[in-house]
Design a protein around this ligand. Sequence first.
Ligand code: 4NP
Length: 160
Amino acid sequence: MTQSILMVCLGNICRSPLAQGVFEARVREAGLSVFIDSAGTAGYHQGRPPDPRAIQVAAEWGIDISHQRARQLSAKDLQQFDQVYVMDQANQRAVEQLGNVKAAGRVELLMSLVKSAHDLPLEEVPDPYYGQLDDFRSVIEMLDQAARIWIDRQSRNLSE
Ligand code: 4NP
């Protein structure tokens, strides 16, 4: 059973904090106990709260992510988390360069959850950093789809 998930993007101020917030909310609603955290492959924003646009869009969904602080992914994370979900392929390559992922557990594109459930071609959560508020809104929508599919799978695994 998956007990911990690490969400990974580049800066840890846009996509992965939103992924963390959305997964935490859905996990809580489902009555499951899973630890969710997030990190960035780069350390540019270390210690900072999420981008104000991410905070705003999460708040529109009734989710508070303002307390989160950015941190850089470390090789130790790959040993500690049951599952690592990356937002795009560049994140995936960066994670693979960091450590022996095969030995350390599973690293997958988050949107592979949605792709396999709906047979969609989309496999990446696009980076909204240079975009507009609406780009953040489409990101949170995608993350919520992934979260619902993940919860569904997890609940099915539990009842088997
Ligand atoms: P994130 O977005 O990876 O979704 O947190 C970005 C945040 C910051 C930068 C790039 C992407 N940056 O270049 O500073």
